[in-house]
Design a protein around this ligand. Structure first.
Ligand SMILES: [Zn+2]
Length: 378
């Protein structure tokens, strides 16, 4: 690809603080980057930011959600420990012992804390083998009283996210040659990235890179493109709902992390990290328009873009709300298979990300009025 991903931007996006409902800091990073490549920038009152390119033909909406899963403080205990509630879906088993950062409502800084529960040493044999649930856990910020917590500016309602920095690792993947025999292996050098918040800073990153590529190519588009960094996806696709109502798109893309079926005991999931951008055949929130999906698959084949089919029985993305907005809009979920999503550390292959950017750019260039109409004609 004659285009290099801006990894510094990805790092900044992933490290930024922004659980659902508290996306301001991330949106500032997004806006500063995107505004140099857009014809127009706008926003809605749920905090989603819209970058527009072109001004005629069918309206194409690309959504990546900026919010990450996190927590909110619900109570300060007398002894200085903090009780919390989840923002987005957390699995109890991935929480204990992990570091988090809290943004106190008073003051500008951040405070680090540890998620704790009583130590196993004092538990009965029976309790030791049980999963501790979130409501039994607390965040320890090293205080001994509610007064000390108050001093630090911490209040009920303050937001919290995992503390885990973005980093990259070089790896050599050994793979079968395309259509080659089993013994004909090739080595592909890849960069694997690990971080918190890939869900969905990777999606926001991809739509921003699509916007930059369209600007750098000076592409004459047969459509109007809206790259939208949406809010509050993790608590029920709330930001995408108002953004889509404002834009009334004719076509929708949600770009998000996908589950990777290459970790032990996930064999039934067909999409795998490092096998290309995933093009969803459906999930719990939508059935993609089959003609539109076929159109995307054909373009991927034609341009030799590494891609794979994907399916999820449950769960959904922003496309789940975009496709039923207004009179409806053929939509698809474009994914990056990511290991360990909804935990402190996701792992993904940046070559899948490159494939996603290339595919989206090629598809967008071809979405003219006639083509878009053909997806729904009876
Ligand atoms: Zn997501």
């Amino acid at each position: 690809m004659d285009f290099e991903l801006d990894i510094k931007l990805l790092e900044k996006l992933c490290n930024a603080f922004g659980p659902s409902g508290h996306e301001h800091e991330v949106q500032k990073v997004v806006k500063e980057y995107g505004m140099s490549y857009a014809d127009e920038v706008s926003q809605d009152r749920m905090g989603s930011v819209v970058f527009q390119k072109g001004n005629s033909g069918p309206k194409i909406m690309l959504a990546g959600h900026v919010d990450e899963i996190g927590f909110v403080i619900t109570k300060v205990e007398k002894n200085g420990f903090l009780r919390f509630h989840q923002l987005g879906g957390w699995w109890d088993q991935v929480l204990l012992g992990h570091e988090v950062i809290l943004k106190p409502s008073e003051g500008d800084g951040f405070i680090t804390g540890i998620i704790g529960a009583p130590p196993p040493h004092i538990l009965s044999q029976e309790d030791r083998s049980k999963v501790v649930t979130k409501d039994k856990m607390y965040i320890d910020i090293g205080c001994r009283s509610a007064d000390e917590v108050k001093e630090l500016g911490v209040r009920v309602g303050d937001p919290v996210v995992p503390h885990a920095k973005f980093r990259t690792m070089k790896r050599k993947f050994k793979e079968k040659k395309k259509n080659g025999a089993d013994d004909e292996k090739i080595t592909r050098e890849v960069t694997v990235a690990a971080s918190k918040a890939f869900d969905d800073r990777i999606g926001v990153f991809i739509i921003l890179e699509v916007l930059r590529k369209l600007a750098e190519d000076k592409a004459e588009l047969p459509n109007t493109v809206y790259c939208v960094s949406t809010t509050q996806e993790e608590v029920g696709l709330r930001g995408a709902r108002t953004a889509a109502q404002m834009l009334l798109p004719d076509i929708g893309f949600a770009v998000d992390v996908d589950i990777s079926g290459d970790v032990p005991d996930t064999e039934e999931i067909v999409q795998k990290m490092g096998k290309g951008v995933s093009i969803s055949a459906g999930d719990g929130s939508m059935i993609p328009n089959p003609r539109f999906r076929r159109f995307i698959l054909d373009i991927a084949e034609e341009h030799d873009i590494r891609h794979q089919a994907a399916f999820l029985k449950s769960g959904g993305t922003d496309a789940g709300i975009i496709h039923i907005t207004g009179m409806g809009a053929p939509s698809v979920f474009i994914g990056i298979p990511t290991r360990h999503i909804h935990s402190h550390h996701g792992i993904l292959d940046l070559s899948d990300v490159e494939n996603a950017v290339t595919l989206l750019v090629e598809v967008i260039k071809r979405l003219d009025e006639k083509t878009v109409k053909s997806f729904t004609e009876i």
